[in-house]
Structure formats: C-alpha cells, structure tokens
Design a protein around this ligand. Structure first.
Ligand SMILES: NC(=O)c1ccc[n+]([C@@H]2O[C@H](COP(=O)([O-])OP(=O)(O)OC[C@H]3O[C@@H](n4cnc5c(N)ncnc54)[C@H](OP(=O)(O)O)[C@@H]3O)[C@@H](O)[C@H]2O)c1
Length: 264
C-alpha cells in the first residue's frame, strides 16, 4: 500500500486506545489513527522497543482481569478516558487437530483472550464515553468466526463468534447514548502471528510455508483477490469506521477478506 497522506486530521483532539498495538494489524491501526491526528495509546505485554511513533505505551497482559484493570487505571489517571477503543488483541495459539486436542484450559484461554479481554475493557472504559455521550468501540474479530476450520481454529473460531454476538448486543444497548460499536472481521493478514501459524502448520504437514499458504487459502474456499491483506489495508477500514464520516454506522460486522467468504 502506498504511503498514506492525510492532511484532514479528522481525529485531532481524540484519544484512542489500541490493544495489541505494537505489532501486526494493531500497529497498523495505531499508526493510521495517529496520522489522522489522534493521541494514541497502545498496549502489549512487551515494549516494542525504539519506534518512530510517539504512541503512549502501557505494558499489560490482557488475558486476565488484572491487566485490564492496570490499563484502565493508567488511562483514567493520565487521559481521563478514551474517545476511541480498538479491541484488537486476540490470538489463535491453541493446538490444531480438532476436539480431542483441546483441553478446558485451552478453551478457557481462547475465551479470555478473544472475548473476555474486550468485555472487561469495554466495561471499564464505556462509562466515561456514556458520560460524554460520544465514543466508538471496534471489536477486531475474524472471518474465522463465520468460517471455522475444525483442524486449526475450533476454539478460536468459537470465541470470535461469541465476540461477534457480544459486539452486536452491546451496540444495541448504547446506540441511543452516543456510542457506536462495530465489529471488523479480517481475513488472512500478513502479520507475524500469521507467519508463525503457517510455519507451525507447514511443519506438522511436512510441506513448505508457501505450499501451506496456498493450502490454507484453498481450504477456506479460495481468496478471489489471490493474496493476503497488508495490515495497513485493514487499518484503513478501521480508520474510516471510527471517523466522523461513519456517523450512521453501528452494530454492523465489516468483512475485509479479499472476497473469501462465500456468502451474500
Ligand atoms: N493476522 C491475521 O491474519 C488475522 C486474521 C483475522 C483476524 N485477526 C485478528 O486481528 C487481531 C490482531 O492479530 P495480529 O495477527 O495482528 O496479531 P499479532 O501480529 O500477533 O499482534 C498481536 C498483538 O497483541 C499483543 N498481545 C498478544 N497477546 C497478548 C496478551 N495476552 N495480552 C496483551 N497483549 C497481547 C502482542 O504484543 P505482545 O506479544 O508483546 O503482548 C501484539 O501487540 C487479533 O484479534 C486477531 O485474532 C488476525
């Protein structure tokens, strides 16, 4: 994607939190919102090291309530709250191989990371948005929530499907109080997490990563655009959805998957 030139500064004066904003899709979103003028806060377990951005970094593990509480407290103290909340952090780090390989602990982790982290963070940060009668919350889901693959995404897909339902219900609760809640479901994105996932699958199958990539796209029914997304392409959609241009959009699930999902 070409370097983005944005002189509109539509998000000037807004404070945005991007969970998992140090890598992959989250980093692309954080950088895009900053280009539009937002003050951006990012969270992750590890400091990203030296970067060109001046995002405010908060170290926290969001797979449990303590990490969420830490993020909420620091934001309340330093910023008073946020105008834009991007619940991006999520992961499919659970073993493939179907139902018999997944223990209670895997299922619990899948739900903590991909559903409850968002539920907790929304619960902590929504009251201030409701008090100011404005705000936007994005839940980064996945097309896996609608197109599960038993061999590799059983727990992850189930948790993302639950996130989709939660996001829709929350949007209905707060729409008439000035807060928009939207789900974004990306397909395959070229991130480190995806590279690791493909590496593991290819090792297990005894084939190359390139062959595995083609296999995965075929297993998903094919990607008409013929490639994975750059995280910046996904970030551009998220930027539009949080901008004032999207003021009539709430409660929807936006799919950005190169044409992969075979449904209308
Ligand atoms: N990549 C894809 O193809 C794809 C497709 C569909 C949906 N998605 C969704 O898009 C979102 C981002 O995925 P990605 O591929 O961009 O991921 P990624 O490149 O692995 O980045 C994940 C980010 O989250 C942080 N993180 C991971 N576990 C964490 C934890 N327990 N607590 C706090 N922070 C944590 C990571 O930093 P630390 O490791 O330092 O904590 C990093 O900043 C996820 O919700 C994913 O499900 C991705």
């Amino acid at each position: 994607m070409e370097n983005i030139q944005d002189h509109t500064k539509e998000l000037e004066g807004k404070v945005a939190l991007v969970t998992g904003g140090t890598k992959g899709i989250g980093k692309a979103i954080a950088d895009r919102l900053a280009i539009a003028g937002a003050k951006v806060i990012v969270t992750a377990r590890n400091h990203p090291g030296q970067t060109e951005s001046d995002h405010h970094f908060i170290a926290a593990d969001l797979s449990g309530p303590e990490g969420v509480a830490k993020v909420a407290e620091e934001i309340a103290e330093l910023f008073g709250g946020v105008d834009i909340l991007i619940n991006n952090m999520g992961a499919n780090t659970f073993p493939g191989g179907g139902f018999s390989t997944l223990t209670d602990e895997h299922w619990n982790q899948a739900l903590q990371i991909n559903l409850l982290s968002s539920v907790r963070l929304d619960r902590a940060l929504l009251p201030q948005m409701l008090a100011q009668k404005s705000g936007v919350i994005i839940h980064i889901s996945s097309t896996s929530g609608m197109l599960p693959i038993w061999e590799s995404t059983m727990a992850y897909s189930s948790a993302k499907a639950a996130l989709n339902a939660y996001s829709k219900t929350l949007s209905g609760e707060v729409a008439n109080q000035g807060v928009r809640v939207i789900t974004v479901s990306p397909g395959l994105n070229k991130t480190q997490a995806m590279a690791t996932f493909l590496e593991e699958l290819s090792q297990n199958a005894g084939i190359t990563v390139e062959e595995m990539t083609q296999n995965l796209m075929a297993r998903l029914g094919g990607v008409p655009l013929g490639r994975m997304a750059e995280p910046e392409e996904t970030a551009e959609l998220v930027y539009f959805l949080v901008s004032p241009k999207a003021s009539y959009i709430t409660g929807a699930n936006y799919i950005i998957d190169g044409g992969n999902l075979p449904v209308v």
